[in-house]
Design a binder for this molecule. Structure first.
Ligand code: NDP
Length: 299
């Protein structure tokens, strides 16, 4: 199997380099790759790369993920998250290749408390979510697609909330974190492992949209407390204890992009279709905090 991986330097892309390696010949491209172009803001050059590699499967982990910046940088967000998907879908259709693509809980409006199902109506409340939804729609024109909507991604490699909190906890003696947005922190390695399992099983009846997220739910404040408590147990030097992290409502933490309050994702469709078990978010956090502590990598 020939696999073209796009976005190989991101959190999920980095883990995909590992998880896809056992499946076949992987060509991994990132924004700065040469001579093949992996820059999603250059759709013609990207299309030429796809034609040159002639993959059986394209796995697209590249995205414009700066949620707040997207509010004032709409064109760039749509270029990478939507227009590039159009180019990928066109080339995949020519080659009869599969596309595995990632999307987000931010395609929903965040109301209610029930975990979202794939068939629920989408209604993004910020530019990033709108651009990701437009990307899904572009890819869904091509029948051989799997779109994985996920949430709150973290891992040892890359930038994420978990690492920011551990850094802040090592440097500051007071910390406030929002407590009214709910979801499941999902380790990039889990997403990558799930992807490898489904790439092996791809067939037309399984095309479509799936949720992939760790089991359980939390809010950002409880997540921060859990991570800091575990970091303390792992011997990380901290200035603040978990119990002293103050919860605040989103209204007290103004940011450019509105965030959904309910990012819970129902993953039963994926677990049923592919026969998979998704571990708890706490297990993912324990592993990553343990790695960061062992290698002193949180800074
Ligand atoms: P990251 O931000 O860690 O990685 C995204 C990667 O995309 C980066 O390596 C970035 O490159 C690359 N990229 C940005 N612009 C371009 C471009 N023009 N051409 C090529 N590459 C580009 O994101 P994640 O790995 O966390 O996200 C993976 C997927 O999951 C994305 O589709 C994202 O929308 C989705 N997702 C992520 C969530 C999260 O919490 N992070 C939550 C829900 C869904 P560079 O390193 O050069 O900037």
């Amino acid at each position: 199997m020939r696999i073209l991986l796009l976005g190989s330097n991101g959190q999920v892309g980095w883990q995909l380099r590992r998880s896809l390696a056992v499946l076949g010949e992987v060509t991994a491209l990132h924004r700065g790759s040469e001579p093949l172009c992996g820059d999603l803001s250059r759709p013609e050059a990207l299309a030429a790369s796809i034609r040159a590699v002639t993959p059986d499967v394209i796995v697209n982990a590249a995205a414009y993920t700066a949620v707040d910046r997207a509010e004032s940088d709409r064109e760039a967000a749509f270029a990478v998250n939507a227009q590039a998907c159009d180019a990928i879908a066109t080339e995949a259709a020519r080659l009869d290749a599969w596309v595995v693509h990632y999307s987000t809980d931010y395609v929903y409006d965040g109301t209610g408390q029930r975990p979202w199902q794939e068939s629920d109506p989408t209604a993004p409340i910020n530019v990033y979510g709108s651009s990701k939804l437009a990307g899904e729609q572009a890819l869904a024109r091509h029948s051989r697609h799997v779109i994985l909507r996920t949430s709150w991604v973290f891992d040892t490699w890359g930038q994420n909330f978990l690492k920011s909190i551990l850094r802040a906890a090592a440097q500051r003696d007071s910390l406030t974190v929002v407590c009214d947005q709910w979801g499941a922190p999902t380790r990039a390695a889990l997403i990558a492992d799930v992807t490898a399992h489904l790439v092996r099983q791809l067939r037309p009846q399984l095309a479509g949209i799936y949720h992939v997220a760790a089991a359980g739910e939390t809010n950002w404040h409880a997540y921060a407390q859990f991570a800091v408590a575990h970091a303390g147990q792992c011997g990380m030097p901290l200035k603040i204890q978990a119990g002293n992290i103050r919860p605040v409502p989103s209204t007290e933490y103004p940011v450019a992009a509105a965030r959904p309050g309910n990012s819970r994702l129902d993953t039963s469709k994926l677990r049923r279709a592919f026969g998979l078990v998704l571990p708890s978010w706490e297990e993912g956090v324990r592993c990553v905090v343990g790695e960061l502590a062992a290698f002193n990598l949180s800074r």
